[in-house]
Design a protein around this ligand. Structure first.
Ligand SMILES: *[C@@H]1O[C@H](CO)[C@@H](O)[C@H](O)[C@H]1NC(C)=O
Ligand SMILES: *[C@@H]1O[C@H](CO)[C@@H](O)[C@H](O)[C@H]1NC(C)=O
Ligand SMILES: *[C@@H]1O[C@H](CO)[C@@H](O)[C@H](O)[C@H]1NC(C)=O
Ligand SMILES: *[C@@H]1O[C@H](CO)[C@@H](O)[C@H](O)[C@H]1NC(C)=O
Ligand SMILES: *[C@@H]1O[C@H](CO)[C@@H](O)[C@H](O)[C@H]1NC(C)=O
Ligand SMILES: *[C@@H]1O[C@H](CO)[C@@H](O)[C@H](O)[C@H]1NC(C)=O
Ligand SMILES: *[C@@H]1O[C@H](CO)[C@@H](O)[C@H](O)[C@H]1NC(C)=O
Ligand SMILES: *[C@@H]1O[C@H](CO)[C@@H](O)[C@H](O)[C@H]1NC(C)=O
Length: 408
């Protein structure tokens, strides 16, 4: 394994004091850019399909129609590389920000039609990512403005005032109102649409959804249920269970990771301390349940025999959530420097351990050993995953922007 030391002089003194983690040199490898350039050229022009995960043996991308919850991640990855070109010009292997913005724009065009109708349910939040990125490049882009507002309205249309949540999945029985922990990630589109329209109702819906999830998905020990079923007629909780996890009472690691990020983001958006506290509890559960080998399993309660598959995507999402949480601790007045250092250390440790185990130089994806859905038949495990790679790249950008990594 190749390791780069942290650049200690760039760190605030309190953060540097207990520093022991090393960042993997792969974080800013030119191979990142080279692989994404290859992926960009697999479907040139206006794409109708997007990579989601790879084959298990050769790591070749498998493509899915635009109306799939993961289709925003590749265009969003291209925008993230445009950002990287400005922060880390030497890591770009000769490519430029302008090229990556162009890839982001052309590859997200396949998603524009989804505004009128999509089958992804609550996942309009994920679909909105590249359009939000476009607005950071060009706040006047009418197509992107329209997309973010429309996706926000689509999630709002799934809100039930009786339940107090936005509906995640549609069920055969319309009174079975299913909410999954992943839905915490999609609330951001309500805030973005509220910012663009001034419609405060959207913000209030996000707060209501997060309050319900805090009570009904997060357990006393900080772990989480994947699915909560509410009765849409009465608002009552009728089931707390799993879909993609090992058992109804287990903690599915990717759901836990979405929760850490989602609640840290709710605190960033609202300043309500209950969300900071919930993010901390979910973070503590995740960190405390990583085994001594540093490998994040697909479910924290899955049996060890036969060997349980890892989920490198859960690791990357959790690390990104922990970094967001560290930023919130740093932003408290006065700053919580020990809290910030604790979460930054945990994020970089997870990043280092996961990269060391699962960097996949010969695959099209950056990382291997992601688990998409292990209870599926057949189980879908040990692949590259488009959102694992996306958060790997975002982590590098954010660590560099925070002055915690040098890539110049
Ligand atoms: C970077 O670009 C050059 C020239 O295009 C290429 O030969 C090289 O293999 C690339 N990749 C890496 C990882 O440096
Ligand atoms: C505006 O944004 C859309 C969607 O992100 C993109 O496809 C399009 O190329 C952009 N238009 C301009 C003029 O940049
Ligand atoms: C605000 O958004 C909600 C949900 O989409 C909608 O029902 C309401 O009409 C909007 N209010 C205004 C003033 O546009
Ligand atoms: C929800 O409650 C209504 C009224 O009590 C009942 O008719 C319906 O079957 C319930 N739905 C579910 C999914 O439990
Ligand atoms: C989880 O609970 C549901 C009922 O809500 C049940 O049908 C299912 O068998 C349970 N799953 C496991 C793995 O115990
Ligand atoms: C990672 O995946 C490979 C197959 O691609 C497998 O042989 C290996 O056991 C996996 N490692 C872990 C820790 O899950
Ligand atoms: C600082 O962060 C740690 C970890 O989240 C937390 O336990 C502690 O209460 C925080 N301290 C303050 C003063 O907020
Ligand atoms: C991983 O997936 C493979 C292929 O679907 C399956 O045969 C295997 O049982 C899964 N591993 C575990 C431990 O569930």
């Amino acid at each position: 394994m190749h390791l780069l030391p942290f650049f200690l002089s760039a760190l605030p003194a309190a953060l540097a004091a207990n520093r022991r983690t090393y960042l993997p040199s792969e974080l800013f490898s030119p191979l990142v850019t080279q692989k994404l350039l290859t992926t960009a050229q697999l479907k040139p022009g206006v794409p109708s399909s997007y990579p989601q995960y790879t084959t298990r043996d050769t790591g070749a991308w498998l493509f899915f129609g635009a109306d799939t919850w993961t289709s925003g991640f590749l265009p969003a990855t291209f925008y993230a590389l445009a950002e990287r070109a400005a922060i880390c010009p030497r890591s770009m292997n000769g490519t430029t920000a302008a090229q990556w913005i162009q890839f982001g724009r052309s590859s997200s065009t396949g998603e524009i039609g989804l505004e009128a109708h999509t089958g992804v349910g609550h996942d309009v939040g994920f679909l909105s990512y590249p359009f939000v990125d476009e607005l950071n490049v060009n706040p006047q882009n009418v197509t992107a403005l329209q997309a973010v507002k429309t996706f926000g309205a689509a999630l709002a249309a799934r809100f039930s005032p009786i339940v107090g949540c936005t509906r995640s999945w549609d069920a055969a029985d319309p009174t079975d109102f299913q909410v999954i922990i992943d839905n915490m990630m999609n609330l951001e589109v309500l805030f973005n649409a509220a910012d663009l329209t001034g419609n405060d109702t959207l913000r209030q819906m996000a707060i209501s959804h997060a309050d319900k999830t805090m009570v009904n998905h997060v357990r006393a020990d900080g772990g989480s249920f994947h699915v909560v079923d509410y009765n849409s007629t009465t608002g009552a909780v009728i089931d707390q269970r799993t879909s993609q996890g090992y058992s109804n009472s287990s903690t599915w690691s990717r759901g836990q990771a979405w929760g850490i990020y989602g609640f840290a983001n709710m605190y960033r958006r609202t300043g309500l301390v209950r969300y900071l506290e919930t993010a901390r509890r979910m973070a503590a559960y995740f960190i405390d349940n990583i085994p001594s080998d540093g490998i994040v399993p697909w479910d924290f309660n899955a049996p060890l025999v036969p060997p349980r598959p890892a989920d490198s995507s859960a690791a990357m999402i959790a690390a990104q959530g922990l970094l967001l949480l560290a930023q919130q601790e740093e932003g408290l007045k006065p700053a919580n420097r020990s809290g910030s250092a604790y979460y930054t250390d945990a994020a970089t440790q997870i990043l280092a351990d996961t990269t060391s185990a699962f960097w996949a130089p010969t695959w099209q994806s950056l990382l291997s050993n992601g688990t998409v859905n292990n209870p599926a038949s057949p189980p879908n495990n040990l692949t590259g995953i488009v959102y694992g790679d996306y958060y790997f790249i975002k982590l590098g950008n954010d660590l560099a922007k925070m002055g915690l990594a040098s890539c110049r």
